[in-house]
Design a protein around this ligand. Structure first.
Ligand code: 4AD
Ligand code: MG
Length: 455
């Protein structure tokens, strides 16, 4: 049976009759034998293979070029040369698939832009192999975090008829034929009503929290916002816990605990993969992650944040004024320059937040919170939810949202309403934090952003 190169490289003793498979990274020939560097995607490291002239399969050695796929059988022995502990002395080789000269990943540096244009091949590079192994690891860690704490996983729908954020930035889902000229009403569309891709699983998640207690969703979300920033994607993954019998305080505690847990995971469990980001992407990565893992987070109200920003003497592009949204430049100044650690801001003006957030006693702020981290800005957004039926109904009316469409949501407040709270963490923002990658398109296997939907 095939061994993973990861396991072979970590072997504690020599092994006879080993089989490995992978893609050739490089080949060097000398008179009587050839060296192949093989990578199978199981880890960053390559397996060095020594193939003597004359072994079975050697006759095709010249076709085993960078990018070609091969299988090898042989013996795992201590390496004679430096640089690696083990090497595979081949007894036979087999070429599976050739990679002609136009294979784009010949051994040389490529720009990130170019690599994006070959998103189907870039996971075969060291950097993106590491990236997507880390993505996988972090995905497992998210489930483990909630599993350890007794949260139930809920699969909320991807296609939905309600707009969670009330912002209208939704992709329509229809089977209507755009080539048909006559007006087509939602009533004769596939679902008999107008439907969209979800912007958040929160509303459905709330109904389950109001039954199962503590739940979370972890799935793709879609936003048709025309943001051309390095932190926004049209399709991204969000982790959304929701807790019954919980207030904003408990919500902020969980968000902070989760950020720390996942950063510790990245620091401790990524083997060689994290090192490549520190070396080639972000020299200060480990230091920043250690800071996030080790320091307690700052907590302050939106009003306090506005005051600090106002007194900063900093020249911001966007004005700092109570009632306005904090811009990314403000958030980053607070977390990177002023506090020098992660910051949770809470108590935002009611007017700039969605209808579902709980109104504070002052009547002008809501129990909302955003968690900001150095290098990224907002990574988590959440709130305690408005559990009072009258207030929630008033909020929906005020925003001009159709009450009948939200009748099912209002039922959670009509029948045994409880205080509850939750948040959403952008999975890609988390990955940007733990790898130092500066563009969201480089932490998603196949990125979707305005004007871009290849593959
Ligand atoms: O702050 P947001 O919009 O909050 C919600 O959607 C709530 N319904 C979540 C909840 O309370 N259950 O989004 C939450 C997080 C943001 O903090 C950010 O990390 C990420 O989702 N996010 C995006 N990530 C990538 N691309 C985008 N366009 C994103 N929009 C939000
Ligand atoms: Mg937000």
């Amino acid at each position: 049976m095939r061994s993973l190169i990861r396991d072979l490289l970590a072997s504690s003793e020599p092994r006879s009759s080993v089989e490995a498979a992978g893609w050739v990274r490089t080949r060097r020939d000398s008179k009587a034998f050839s060296f192949l560097e093989l990578n199978d995607g199981s880890c960053l490291g390559n397996l060095q293979v020594i193939a003597d002239q004359g072994i079975a399969g050697y006759e095709r050695i010249h076709e085993m070029t960078t990018g070609a796929s091969v299988t090898v059988a042989g013996e795992l022995v201590p390496s004679q040369g430096g640089g690696q502990q083990w090497e595979l002395r081949a007894s036979s080789l087999r070429l599976l698939g050739t990679a002609p000269e136009d294979f784009p990943l010949q051994k040389k540096g490529h720009s990130m832009e170019f690599l994006r244009s070959i998103s189907h091949l870039r996971p075969r590079t060291n950097l993106f192999g590491a990236m997507f192994r880390i993505r996988s690891r972090m995905g497992h860690a998210v489930h483990r975090f909630f599993g350890e704490r007794g949260f139930h996983l809920v699969h909320t729908p991807i296609i939905t008829a309600s707009d969670c954020e009330g912002a209208g930035e939704m992709f329509r889902v229809t089977t209507h034929d755009p080539a048909v000229a006559r007006p087509q009403s939602p009533a004769d569309d596939f679902f008999g009503r107008s439907t969209h891709l979800t912007v958040s699983g929160q509303l459905e998640g709330e109904t389950f929290a109001c039954a199962l207690g503590n739940i979370y969703t972890f799935g793709p979300t879609f936003r048709a916002e025309n943001s051309h920033t390095s932190r926004h994607a049209a399709e991204f993954w969000m982790i959304e816990p929701e807790m019954a019998f919980c207030d904003l305080e408990g919500d902020m505690d969980l968000a902070e605990e989760m950020v720390k847990y996942l950063v510790v995971e990245a620091l401790e469990r990524q083997d060689g993969d994290l090192g490549i980001f520190e070396k080639f992407v972000d020299k200060g990565l480990r230091k920043r992650l250690e800071l996030v893992a080790g320091e307690s987070f700052e907590r302050l109200t939106y009003s306090e944040a506005i005051e600090i920003l106002g007194k900063s003497g900093e020249r911001f592009e966007y004005p700092v004024e109570w009632g306005h949204n904090l811009q990314s430049e403000h958030e980053r100044w607070l977390t990177e320059k002023h506090f020098g650690r992660p910051v949770t801001i809470h108590g935002y003006p009611r007017a700039i937040k969605p209808f579902y957030m709980r109104l504070n006693d002052d009547g002008r702020t809501v129990a909302a919170m955003d968690l900001l981290v150095p290098g990224i800005g907002e990574i988590v957004g959440g709130s305690q939810r408005e559990e009072r039926l009258d207030q929630l109904t008033a909020n929906l009316r005020e925003e001009g949202l159709p009450l009948d469409e939200y009748a099912w949501y209002l039922d959670t407040r009509r029948f045994g309403s409880v205080p509850h709270a939750g948040f959403g963490m952008g999975f890609e923002r988390l990955l940007m934090l733990v790898t130092g990658m500066g563009n969201i398109r480089d932490v998603i296997p196949f990125a979707r952003t305005p004007g871009h939907c290849g593959f």
